[in-house]
Design a protein around this ligand. Structure first.
Ligand code: ZN
Length: 274
């Protein structure tokens, strides 16, 4: 079906080009075979770039592995298929700093922009996802928990991930809902997470991911006070200029997202929710 339409459009463009060049120029000679040949050559040139992207799909992955029956765990083969699709179709991965620059009006989007994120800091983000991302030269971001019992990656691994183009940013100190805590408790969670990560990686963390997507007005104020510039939620949708940078939407990625649905999610702002 798609091939048919492409052929029909190309035929129509060629026909129109031939018609225009065949018409005699005012006061000049009628266009001959040379002009006809030139028009045909022009029709074969690549199409001009389309309209600027409507926004950025920020993909939200969690665990990668064989676990069945949990849509937050994606099979390695399916994840690899998603990344191969992005590579084959010329998608451009953005870092969180580039996403921040786009939202602030300091940068225009490249064609086919996408942001790849991983929540929770699982070992498989390092062991499974990173080699695939490196193969394509993709940038991405991982949001990690900072207390000892929920931090699954070593500092050496996190440094290696950073060096490979992965933003390593806080997902909180624990995975508890910030929106259910008092402002004082939230302040302690956010400050501790930032302090530990900044010390461990020698950075100034500026991007945050709400555990379970939970926040309230105090959370937003505390993030600003701690120097955070962007924060991602679990609300579905694309990120667009004009959005509140501390309430960015993301596109769910799980085993239910087959290649057909994946294509819809990265090509259409109003993709069908499963
Ligand atoms: Zn999480």
């Amino acid at each position: 079906m798609r091939v048919f339409w492409l052929a029909a459009i190309v035929a129509a463009v060629v026909a129109a080009a031939l018609w225009f060049t065949a018409a005699p120029a005012p006061g000049g000679k009628p266009a001959g075979p040379v002009a006809t040949q030139k028009a045909a050559t022009q029709a074969q040139e690549p199409a001009r770039p389309g309209p600027p992207p409507a926004g950025v799909p920020v993909l939200m992955y969690h665990k990668i592995g064989p676990e069945a029956g949990n849509d937050a765990v994606i099979a390695e083969a399916r994840f690899a298929e998603h990344m191969e699709y992005l590579h084959r179709h010329g998608y451009r991965t953005l870092s969180l700093t580039e996403l921040e620059d786009y939202l602030a009006g300091r940068m225009e989007l490249p064609p086919k922009p996408v942001v790849i994120t991983f929540d929770d800091g699982y070992r498989d983000t390092y062991e499974v996802a990173l080699p695939i991302l490196k193969r394509y030269g993709f940038k991405s971001a991982i949001f990690v928990l900072l207390n000892d019992s929920e931090r699954y990656l070593t500092w050496t691994e996190m440094r290696e991930m950073k060096a490979a183009g992965m933003d390593v940013e806080p997902h909180g100190y624990t995975h508890r809902d910030l929106g259910a805590m008092s402002p004082a408790q939230q302040a302690a969670e956010i400050a501790k997470a930032k302090e530990i990560l900044d010390r461990g990686l020698g950075q100034d963390s500026r991007y945050f991911c709400y555990p379970n997507g939970s926040y309230d007005g105090s959370t937003l104020r505390l993030l600003r006070e701690n120097g955070f510039r962007l924060a991602v939620t679990i609300e579905p949708g694309w990120v667009k200029r004009g959005d509140n940078p501390l309430l960015l939407k993301r596109v769910w990625m799980g085993n239910g997202v087959d290649l057909r649905n994946f294509e819809a999610r990265v090509t259409r702002e109003n993709y069908p929710i499963l």
